[in-house]
Design a protein around this ligand. Structure first.
Ligand SMILES: N[C@@H](CCC(=O)N[C@@H](CS)C(=O)NCC(=O)O)C(=O)O
Length: 241
């Protein structure tokens, strides 16, 4: 796709090339980032169509009745929901497999993602808190992260063990956003003192090529957050006019 700018309701459907894999995304969406990380890590050729989620095109709603990104489309196939998209990509492009063969380990990983999804709710609350409430709100997030700190200690360098795996990618996007909140509030969420294993894991993840490829500059995250809080999210932050 020639443009990274978000497509809004006024736009026509951008023609889909036969055989080409397309991802409908939004540049600041952590869920879409999950699937973009899988695509980057596995080097899967694809194009990205960013969507204006405040003013959605009908053609987007026709593809995902939930109206959410990410969505995958290839020829007559459509897949949505980030975890389903990510697993689908892993199974469809089997080289460099990201999920464990052992069903019990796979189940444990999926349970961890469920725990993480609960914690993100408290993270969003912390991000919206009044200054006096921020320390307690961040502590609530930190307490829930202790489970992940302990798991890394038990499993190895990554939650996937000795290498980065699906479970690492499924939770990473929020850690990128933790970095911004830490900067905004001058308060660490994942510090060496409070969560030492997770702290080391964060450093390793920041070195991972897929993470680097999918990461947006902190200033863009900050500007997007500011615009969202004002009720007018600027999906095109940082893009050329
Ligand atoms: N459960 C969904 C959540 C995706 C999601 O909430 N995406 C947001 C952007 S970060 C979205 O598309 N929001 C549009 C809306 O809710 O109308 C998934 O895992 O894919």
């Amino acid at each position: 796709m020639a443009t990274a700018k978000a497509f809004s309701a006024e736009t026509n459907f951008p023609a889909l090339e036969a055989g080409k894999l397309r991802v409908y995304s939004m540049r600041f969406c952590p869920y879409a980032q999950r699937s973009l990380l899988v695509l980057a890590h596995k080097n899967i050729p694809h194009e990205v169509v960013n969507v204006n989620l405040k003013n959605k095109p009908d053609w987007f709603l026709q593809r995902n009745p939930f109206g959410k990104v990410p969505v995958l489309e290839q020829d007559d196939k459509i897949v949505y929901e980030s975890l389903i998209c990510s697993d689908y990509l892993d199974q469809t492009y089997p080289g460099n497999k990201l999920t464990p063969d052992d069903p019990y380990r796979l189940a444990q990983d999926k349970i961890l993602v469920e725990h993480f999804d609960k914690l993100t709710v408290d993270f969003y609350k912390a991000r919206q808190s009044q200054p006096s409430e921020i320390p307690a709100a961040i502590e609530k997030v930190r307490q829930q992260l202790a489970r992940f700190d302990a798991e890394i200690k038990r499993r190895g360098d990554y939650l996937g063990g000795d290498k980065v795996q699906m479970i690492d990618f499924m939770i990473w996007p929020w850690f990128e956003r933790f970095l911004l909140v830490e900067k905004m509030f001058s308060q660490m969420i994942v510090s060496h003192e409070s969560l030492p294993n997770l702290h080391e894991w964060t450093k390793r993840m920041l070195d991972c090529p897929a993470v680097k490829k999918c990461m947006l500059p902190m200033e863009q995250h900050a500007e997007f957050l500011k615009s969202s809080k004002m009720g007018a999210p600027n999906y095109d932050v940082g893009l050329e006019e």
